[in-house]
Design a protein around this ligand. Structure first.
Ligand code: NAI
Length: 344
C-alpha cells in the first residue's frame, strides 16, 4: 500500500477520500494546516502530497518538499494559479482534477445571481423575524436581459445553457473561442458595454489578473451585476468597492475574493476582520459572498476524490500522468505530454 499526505483537510474532504482509498490501495495521513513554506516539512517521508486551492505551492514550498523527497503534488482542484510551475519543473510532478462537476460551479453562479437579484438572502432573514414587508426587495426579470460570459470552457458553457433556459440573451468573450459553436462571441469591450450582468468563468493568469478594474468598470452599463465564481484576483476589489459605493455596479455575487487565503474555509466569527475592503463589501445589501463553495456538491467531492486518488495511483505505478500540468504546457508551449508522454 502506498502512502500519501493531505494538507488543509476538512471533514467533508475526508469522507469522500476515506470511502475510496482502499480501491486505489492508498493510505492517507491527513494534516489540518495548509501547505506552505512553514508546513511543507510535514511531508517528509511521503512521495506524494495532496493540496488545495489556497495552499501556497510557491518556490520555497517546492524546494522544501523536494528536499524532503516529495515527487508529486496532487492538486484536488481544477485551478492551479497557486503553483509555481517554473520552480517545480523537472523536480516535482503536478497533477490536478481538470473537471469534477462543472455543473456544481455553474449552478452556484446562477444560485448567487438569483439570490442577490430577488433578495432571497434578505427575505430569509426578514421572514424568520416575522417581518413580512416587501420594501426594498424588488428584483428584475432575468428573462430578456443580456448576460456577458467571460470564459467559455467547461463551466462557462454550462452556465450559458442555464442562462438560455431563463430566456436571457447571452454574449461571450474568450480568446480561444469554440469552433462551430452557436455561442455569440463579441470582443471584451463590447461585452462590457452591452451586458446587464457579467459572469466570470476564465482562469486566473497574468492576462486575466484584475480583468475587472476601474477602467473596464467605467465602460460597463450603470447598475451592472458582476458574478465571480472563478478566482478572486480577476477583480480589483478596491475598484469594485468604489464602483458599488458610486452605484455604478448594481450588485456583486462573489464566491471568491482576492485576499481569501487566510479567511475562506475557516470560522472567523470570533475574529476582528482586518481586511477593510472585504468588511465594507460584506456590509452592503447588494453584495453576496460565499466562501469559495461553488464546487461543494456530493457529486463534485466524489469526483475530486476519485480523480486525485487515480492520479496518485498512476504516479505510484510509474504510468504516464493523465492529468499532469507543467511549466511548459501550462503556458501552452510544446511539451512531451502532447505525444502522450510525461511532462518530464
Ligand atoms: P476551462 O479550462 O474549461 O475553461 C476556461 C476558459 O477560459 C477557456 O475556454 C479559456 O480559453 C478561457 N480563457 C483563458 N484566458 C481567458 C481570458 N483572458 N479571457 C477570457 N477567457 C479566457 O475551465 P473551467 O473548468 O471552466 O473553470 C473555469 C474557472 O473556474 C477555473 O479556472 C477556476 O478558476 C474556477 N473554478 C472555481 C471553482 C469554485 O469552487 N469557485 C471550482 C472550479 C473551478
Amino acid at each position: 500500500m502506498n502512502k500519501i499526505c493531505f494538507f488543509d483537510t476538512k471533514p467533508y474532504d475526508k469522507i469522500y477520500f476515506e470511502a475510496l482509498k482502499d480501491q486505489y490501495d492508498i493510505e492517507i495521513e491527513y494534516f489540518e494546516p495548509k501547505l506552505g513554506p512553514k508546513t511543507a516539512f510535514m511531508a517528509k517521508g511521503y512521495e506524494a502530497v495532496v493540496a488545495f486551492v489556497n495552499d501556497a505551492i510557491d518556490k520555497e514550498t517546492i524546494q522544501i518538499l523536494y528536499d524532503n523527497g516529495v515527487k508529486l503534488v496532487a492538486m484536488r482542484c481544477a485551478g492551479y494559479n497557486n503553483v509555481d510551475f517554473k520552480a517545480a519543473y523537472k523536480k516535482i510532478h503536478v497533477v490536478r482534477v481538470p473537471a469534477y462537476s462543472p455543473y456544481a460551479v455553474a449552478e452556484h453562479a446562477m444560485a448567487l445571481l438569483l439570490t442577490l437579484n430577488r433578495k432571497i438572502h434578505r427575505a430569509y432573514v426578514r421572514t424568520r423575524e416575522f417581518n413580512f414587508s416587501l420594501n426594498g426587495l424588488t428584483g428584475f426579470d432575468l428573462h430578456g436581459k443580456t448576460i456577458g460570459v467571460i470564459g467559455t470552457g467547461k463551466i462557462g458553457r454550462i452556465f450559458i445553457d442555464i442562462c438560455e433556459g431563463f430566456g436571457m440573451d447571452v454574449i461571450a468573450y474568450d480568446p480561444y473561442p469554440l469552433k462551430d459553436s452557436v455561442i455569440r462571441y463579441v470582443p471584451l469591450e463590447q461585452l462590457c458595454r452591452e451586458s446587464d450582468i457579467i459572469s466570470l468563468h476564465c482562469p486566473l493568469t497574468k492576462d486575466t489578473f484584475h480583468l475587472i478594474n476601474e477602467k473596464t468598470i467605467d465602460t460597463m452599463k450603470n447598475g451592472v451585476y458582476i458574478v465571480n465564481t472563478s478566482r478572486g484576483a480577476l477583480i480589483n476589489s478596491e475598484d469594485l468597492l468604489e464602483a458599488l459605493k458610486a452605484e455604478k455596479i448594481g450588485g456583486a455575487c462573489l464566491d471568491v475574493y482576492e485576499e481569501e487565503t487566510e479567511l475562506f474555509y475557516e470560522d472567523m466569527s470570533y475574529t476582528i476582520i482586518q481586511d477593510d475592503v472585504l468588511a465594507r463589501l460584506m456590509s452592503m445589501p447588494n453584495v453576496i459572498v460565499t466562501s469559495h463553495q461553488a464546487f461543494l456538491t456530493k457529486e463534485a467531492l466524489n469526483n475530486i476524490a476519485e480523480t486525485t486518488l487515480s492520479n496518485c495511483r498512476e504516479f505510484f505505478d510509474d504510468k504516464v500522468l493523465t492529468n499532469e500540468v507543467c511549466y511548459q504546457c501550462s503556458k501552452g508551449e510544446a511539451c512531451p505530454k502532447k505525444n502522450n508522454q510525461g511532462c518530464f
